[in-house]
Design a protein around this ligand. Structure first.
Ligand SMILES: [Cu+2]
Length: 69
């Protein structure tokens, strides 16, 4: 499935890479697309392996405030 998240606190492409990397560490992640300007992220994942809450928790753990949209 595909899920949008709001991700706050990213200031540059390094932050984007950090968020992308952390999400990609989770199982079942198929695609991660972060929009720095809009402060959003779209994640495509296998819902039998991971859920939106786990993805949000991972982003929060990395240091950015996030919410499932
Ligand atoms: Cu940065």
């Amino acid at each position: 499935m595909k899920q949008n998240f709001s991700i706050n606190g990213m200031s540059c492409n390094h932050c984007v890479a950090k968020v992308e990397e952390s999400i990609n560490q989770l199982p079942g992640i198929q695609k991660v697309k972060i929009n720095l300007k809009k402060e959003t992220g779209t994640v495509k994942f296998d819902e039998t392996q991971v859920n939106a809450q786990q993805i949000a928790a991972k982003v929060t753990e990395t240091g950015y405030a996030t919410e499932v949209m």
